[in-house]
Design a protein around this ligand. Structure first.
Ligand code: UGA
Length: 435
């Protein structure tokens, strides 16, 4: 099958290369000619485990190519995916659909023969209708069906998620699309991954509902962690006890400094707006957004308290900056609010992240970047573990302590245990655990 991927960003690139790996002939398109040239030279613009190898193998096999010439590629394709960004619109939090609609116009002008236009981008309910309307208006003779196929990939595990999905959601308005989409996902379908066909609007809403529910689950356990701190209960055991109930499930019950990233913050905000616009307020989602915002600031206060109430003139070392491990993504990372909160209280910041330092430099001011956890510890008055990279899971605690000016360790991901830390002479604080 011939597939064109419009948008060679995170989602487009991962989806494109994985579809090529299934044996389809895929061309990834992007307006950014520099990005396309880099990809043609084998340079991958993002850090995602396994992606570079897969791009190389499929490019060499002749199944994957890159171009910024839209017209010919779209005309030759059976299926055109739209994987462009839908960031929060400045000012009101609505999803900004200008890239999606621009892609629709460009695709419309290039269509030849029966084609499926498949929206991968996360879009508000009803966007597929508007894409279909734009294409029909621009090119009344086009033989086209517009399909919704939201993605559920996690950064850092995207290839694994693509190849072993819990489900594939496909929203269609015309039965002819069913056979084509089944063919696109044939290898997964043969692997028993459920292919859930719904209406287009339903598929669009599934994506927002799933992300908002997960964000709510994380936020719920974060509030339970705070309650554990006040009552002496242990949040990890509470999560375990809850998670063994199959109706609840164990995943996304890890207390932390608040969710971040390119998806949960923007998608919860957009869903809240969709609710307001449709007179069906999403009150739980609105509360989730507010609680998560407050939490990131509360983490700075927690660190100050662990340092005895004052951090003026002290050096605080930050371990991990990205919003989660195995990515170089700093978007909405809790580390940003935490660091700014500490700086506002007069602290000096030194930080290390295995992949995120280039992106962090662009968003953080007055931070000294070190090249390892131990370099961060040197002379620090406290260490704060913000992102649970594997590199921070088995630190040499004796060495770390010997390097620090004061042995305070604040663990915002509950990676270590208090008895072990106390044995090494640390003053240790974590989230919702009495010991
Ligand atoms: C999320 C969803 O998990 C994907 O299914 C979805 O496809 C993606 O958004 C998207 O819409 O594109 P992602 O943003 O990569 O994926 O990251 P997650 O692994 O979901 O983590 C989100 C945030 O929640 C992170 O800040 C993470 O640290 C936090 N989190 C997650 C916790 O604090 N505790 C948990 O138990 C789980």
């Amino acid at each position: 099958m011939k597939i064109a991927m419009v948008g060679a960003g995170y989602v487009g690139l991962v989806t494109g290369v994985c579809l090529a790996d299934f044996g389809h002939e895929v061309i990834c398109l992007d307006r950014d000619a520099d990005k396309i040239r880099a990809l043609q030279d084998g340079i991958i613009p993002i850090y995602e485990p396994g992606l570079a190898e897969l791009v190389k193998a499929n490019t060499e096999a002749g199944r994957l190519s890159f171009s910024h010439e839209m017209k010919a590629a779209i005309g030759a394709s059976d299926v055109v995916f739209v994987a462009v960004g839908t960031p929060s619109r400045r000012g009101d939090g609505h999803a900004d659909l200008s890239y999606v609609y621009a892609a629709a116009r460009e695709i419309a002008a290039s269509l030849e023969g029966f084609t499926l236009v498949v929206t991968k981008s996360t879009v508000p309910v009803g966007t597929g209708d508007e894409v279909a309307r734009i294409i029909a208006a621009e090119n009344p003779n086009a033989d086209v069906l517009v399909v919704s196929n939201p993605e559920f990939l996690r950064e850092g595990a995207a290839i694994e998620d693509f190849k072993r999905p819990d489900r594939i959601v496909v929203g269609i308005e015309d039965e002819r699309a069913r056979a084509v989409m089944t063919e696109v996902y044939r290898p997964l379908y043969l692997n028993q991954a459920p292919l859930l066909f719904t209406s287009r609007r339903t598929a669009e809403l599934i994506k927002y509902a799933a992300n908002a529910f997960l964000a709510m689950k994380v936020t719920f356990i974060n509030e339970i962690a705070d309650l554990c701190d006040r009552t002496g209960a242990d949040v990890q055991q509470v999560a375990q006890g809850m998670g063994l109930d199959k109706r609840i499930g164990a995943k996304f019950l890890h207390a932390g400094p608040g969710y971040g990233g390119s998806c949960f913050p923007k998608d919860t905000l957009a869903l809240a707006k969709i609710g307001q616009d449709n007179d069906a307020p999403m009150r739980l989602v609105e509360a989730t957004i507010a609680v998560n915002e407050q939490r990131k600031r509360a983490m700075a206060r927690k660190i100050v308290a662990a340092c005895g109430g004052d951090v003026r003139g002290r050096t605080i070392g930050i371990l991990g900056l990205t919003f989660k491990p195995n990515t170089d993504d700093m978007r909405e990372a809790p580390s940003i609010d935490i660091i700014r909160g500490l700086q506002d209280r007069g602290a000096r910041i030194v930080a290390f992240d295995p992949q995120g330092m280039a992106a962090a430099e662009a968003v953080l001011d007055d931070v000294r970047f070190a090249d390892s956890a131990y370099a961060v510890a040197e002379g620090a008055d406290a260490l704060v573990l913000v992102t649970e990279w594997n590199a921070f899971r088995s630190l040499d605690l004796a060495r770390l302590k010997s390097l620090m000016a004061a042995p305070v360790f604040v663990d915002l991901r509950n990676v270590y245990r208090a008895p072990e830390m106390v044995r090494h002479g640390f003053t240790y604080a974590s989230l919702g655990r009495p010991d």
